[in-house]
Design a protein around this ligand. Structure first.
Ligand SMILES: Cc1cc2nc3c(=O)[nH]c(=O)nc-3n(C[C@H](O)[C@H](O)[C@H](O)COP(=O)(O)OP(=O)(O)OC[C@H]3O[C@@H](n4cnc5c(N)ncnc54)[C@H](O)[C@@H]3O)c2cc1C
Length: 420
């Protein structure tokens, strides 16, 4: 049991950061968990189901939230980032910056109040496929379960409405940014990933053709709390998607974009093929691939899919996607390298399996850490007292992220126990 007073800082509260925080706190150590969004859960919470079990991500999340609620050793800062870290193992000084939520959390807001607001904002969780009110709950399962006000989107008229209709004390539009200085003994970086920017893949039509979407958008389309209530429909006309193409390695394993394999996209697409087939039994799905990377126990997931007559696999890299302006259908040009033929094939929806980019490529941690050429934290060049976990280190699935987080937690605890 811990006798050392300094806490461990965990940056990022996706599955990696939440796991690291919980495992550390449950061993008796204090944890400061800092998350830049308004809610915990990271990217996994935005998926519809997760492979290989195909259960909703909320199952594991609910268990983690319960563990977190029961553990007084974890202090959570949402809407927060790290401005500065200095010092060394056992003695880090950290400056946290917290953005205002404008909602106090007690008493809570209810939807009848929000319904009175006119101001809206694009729903970033749903990649702009729908809008929310300027005061909104980011996700149904959001934890902490508090709304947020987008101050830039809120008109002055709606600010008055909100203040008038919300229960007294629920809204504070004078909240300001805050800075908190703390001392910690070790740091776990679990800042995760973002999707590769598909607009850079000009030949694949994203942004140019309405019915070309990305894999992360597909997760939201399939989700019941997504923009279409879980219906997989075409953005151009709302028609049910019946003939869907999945384009693998959209950016990944490509010297001009992401030279590395993003590791999860094959399994993510196989999973999404199941969404399409399960939601509409008359639908067809075609996967265009370089090679399918479904290794270990994931191989069965792939082999089961090969038995489905509604699913085709074509080995070939898609060269070009064009839109038929009348129907909004997409024409894919691709060389089928096994059958040695050039295809010119039509679909009503195309899903690009865009890859995984580390968030640290855009915003490095404000401390002298080593990164690889793509911005992932280089685990082999570790700094004593700072440990990375999950997709901050390399693209990986949930199961690997969880194991990684446990390992980082042990390393951080060992650092504290050395009592440096
Ligand atoms: C389309 C798609 C589908 C997928 N489906 C599955 C699946 O079904 N099963 C599966 O096992 N894996 C799946 N994955 C992989 C899965 O998303 C990752 O394994 C998982 O997100 C890794 O968790 P993480 O905590 O490392 O990163 P993230 O989920 O990215 O969490 C990182 C957290 O850190 C926060 N953060 C970032 N920067 C900062 C900062 N500077 N300060 C504070 N906080 C910060 C972020 O807001 C976020 O909350 C899928 C991936 C893709 C691309």
């Amino acid at each position: 049991m811990n006798t050392y007073s300094k806490p461990i800082l965990v940056i990022g509260a996706g599955v990696s950061g939440m796991t690291a925080a919980l495992e550390t706190a449950e061993l008796g150590y204090n944890v400061i968990l800092v998350e830049k969004e308004a809610f915990l859960g990271g990217r996994v919470l935005r998926t519809y189901r997760y492979f290989p079990k195909m259960c909703p991500p909320t199952c594991g999340f609910e268990i983690n939230v319960r563990r977190m609620r029961q553990n007084p050793r974890i202090t959570v800062y949402t809407l927060s980032t790290i401005d500065e870290i200095s010092g060394r193992a056992g003695h880090f000084a950290v400056r946290i910056r917290t953005r205002p939520r404008y909602v106090t959390g007690s008493p809570s807001l209810d939807d009848t109040v929000l319904a009175q607001l006119k101001s809206e904002r694009p729903n970033d969780i749903n990649f702009g496929m729908d809008k929310t009110k300027a005061a909104y709950l980011p996700l149904n399962m959001a934890y902490p379960p508090y709304h947020v006000v987008d101050r830039d989107a809120l008109s002055s008229e709606d600010a008055d409405t909100l203040l008038k209709l919300a229960p007294a004390g629920a809204i504070d539009l004078n909240m300001a940014e805050d800075e908190i200085e703390i001392e910690v003994g070790a740091v776990i970086v679990a800042t995760g990933w973002r999707p590769y920017d598909a607009t850079k893949l000009d030949n694949l039509g994203y942004g140019r053709c309405k019915n070309v979407i990305t894999n992360v958008m597909m997760e939201r389309l399939a989700a019941r709390d997504g923009p279409t209530g879980g219906e997989i429909v075409r953005p151009s006309d709302g028609k049910k998607a019946e003939n869907v193409a999945f384009v693998q390695c959209a950016g990944s394993r490509d010297e001009n974009h992401l030279p590395y394999c993003s590791a999860v996209c094959c399994m993510a697409s196989l999973k999404q093929v199941r969404y399409v087939r399960e939601k509409n039994e008359d639908s067809k799905a075609t996967v265009f691939y370089i090679d399918i990377r479904a290794v270990g126990r994931h191989e069965k997931f792939y082999y089961d899919m090969l038995e489905d007559p509604g699913v085709s696999f074509i080995k070939g890299k898609v060269a070009e996607i064009q839109e038929d302006p009348g129907s909004g259908n997409l024409i894919l040009d691709v060389e089928d390298t096994l059958m040695k033929r050039i295809l010119h094939q039509g679909f009503d929806l195309v899903v690009l399996a865009t890859g995984v980019v580390p968030n640290t490529a855009d915003v490095p941690i404000p401390f002298d850490l080593k990164y690889d050429a793509y911005g992932f934290i280089d685990g082999s060049a570790s700094v004593d007292g700072v440990y990375a976990a999950g997709c901050a280190k390399r693209p990986c699935d949930v199961s690997k992220s969880v194991k990684d987080a446990m390992a980082a937690s042990i390393k951080a605890i060992q650092c504290l126990d050395r009592g440096e």
